[in-house]
Design a protein around this ligand. Structure first.
Ligand SMILES: Cc1ncc(COP(=O)(O)O)c(C=O)c1O
Length: 394
């Protein structure tokens, strides 16, 4: 039938996101002021030396052909930044690959590394592309539960032996979206041992490596001895430099794995617009003060929101990293979706129901720190006034 929706796309239907989005639009249509704490898109501007570099490159008529390959300067800038930030040495020619956003790389990596039916271990709850990529590639998914009592790290030993034997890929993300969880020292060493034992490729998404608080500095997976032999790390300029709309990121790590990803991409795209790569070079090689300022801004926002909600009696933990808070659904609500809908209705505040990130996300909502301190303070006040936290008593 002409209009048939293929099964792979049907499997991706994210009902929770659609329901929330429609509800938000309905609310806005009534003229209500909605404080949107549901999106994970930075609201801060990039530093001026970054936009200046892009503006200059935009005026160069030589920058309008198909870029094809990454600019050597871009790959060198990434390698230099990894060396300075993590002490990780990368060969710019073979161990760095530019991406049109890490979303793009994470979407295509399963096509590069799996055959239909291969097994991919994905975090649950986890960022949606970790499941969408394998589904689009026809791979089989095995959600690995992330539990608070295990520090939101996967308990790899607890996986059934048959699953471990079949695991072709293991996807990890620390600091994590939506959990705002951080890695415990020694965990990445266990992951490398697992990868070696079972022949599993490790994909680590480090999109929030620079968005951390209270002096905490997230490590790179590639710092771990042996990591370069078993995996890749994805990192992005979207959050670190407020360049989400420019779509520039990169994968680093094992040359053979990167070569396979580059091969898939050669069929799909013709490279990254050069002025954007030039902006990325300016970002990665220039002063990192803008990164420190960005993290400090999110830390202040986190304090306004979490301290405020805690004062209301809502026990939201204070994250050490990311732009998210992972908040338990207050008692008295049958689901994270029911709570999020009522929060929108009564307080005009939107958050994401945890169930949108996997079955294990039920019981929580994700709150994004993507509004000013004043707006976040207002959100706290509205939540207080709405009486929604008193529902149990009601
Ligand atoms: C954990 C995580 N990985 C990847 C991405 C995608 O980032 P990019 O803009 O590099 O595609 C996001 C965006 O929100 C994210 O939260």
């Amino acid at each position: 039938m002409l209009m048939r929706k293929p099964q792979r796309l049907q499997k991706l239907a994210a009902a929770v996101f659609t329901t929330m989005d429609e509800a938000r639009k309905r609310k806005l249509a009534t003229g209500a002021d909605v404080i949107n704490l549901s999106i994970g898109s930075p609201d801060l501007p990039p530093a001026s030396h970054i936009t200046e570099a892009m503006a200059q490159a935009i005026r160069d008529p030589g920058n309008y052909g198909y870029p094809m390959k990454d600019l050597p300067a871009f790959r060198e800038a990434v390698a230099g930044w990894y060396q300075r930030r993590f002490g990780v040495t990368l060969n710019p020619d073979s161990e760095v690959l530019g991406l049109t956003g890490s979303q793009e790389g994470l979407a295509h990596i399963t096509q590069a590394l799996t055959d239909p039916g291969d097994l991919v271990l994905v975090p649950d709850p986890g960022y949606p592309i970790y499941t969408a990529g394998p589904v689009l590639a026809g791979a089989e998914l095995h959600p690995v539960p992330l539990r608070a009592e295990h520090g939101y790290l996967p308990d790899l030993e607890a996986l059934p032996e048959e699953i471990k034997q079949r695991a072709r890929l293991l996807i990890l993300n620390y600091p994590s979206n939506p959990l705002a969880a951080i890695v415990r020292p020694g965990f990445f060493e266990q992951v490398v041992a697992f990868a070696r034992r079972y022949g599993t490729v490790i994909l680590h998404d480090a999109a929030y490596s620079e968005l951390s608080f209270d002096g905490y500095r997230p490590p790179s997976f590639l710092e771990t001895p042996g990591a370069m032999e078993v995996g890749l790390e994805f990192n992005s300029l979207s959050k670190t430099y407020n360049l989400a709309g420019a779509r520039i990121a990169y994968a680093v790590g094992n040359a053979r794995l990167l070569g396979l990803l580059a091969e898939v991409k050669a069929h799909l795209d013709y490279g990254l617009f050069r002025p954007i790569q030039t902006a990325a070079v300016a970002a990665l090689t220039g002063s990192q003060q803008c990164v420190a300022d960005m993290a400090a801004t999110y830390q202040r926002r986190r304090d306004v929101l979490v301290d405020g909600l805690n004062r209301l009696g809502w026990a939201v933990p204070k994250p050490k990293a990311t732009m998210f808070c992972w908040a338990p659904v207050p008692r008295g609500f049958e689901s994270s979706l029911a709570f999020a809908m009522e929060l929108l209705e009564r307080a005009g505040v939107t958050v994401v129901p945890g169930s949108g990130f996997g079955a294990m996300g039920e019981g929580h909502v994700r709150i994004a720190l993507v509004q000013s301190e004043a707006r976040l303070a207002e959100a706290v006040e509205r939540i207080d006034r709405s009486g929604i936290l008193d529902k149990r008593a009601a």
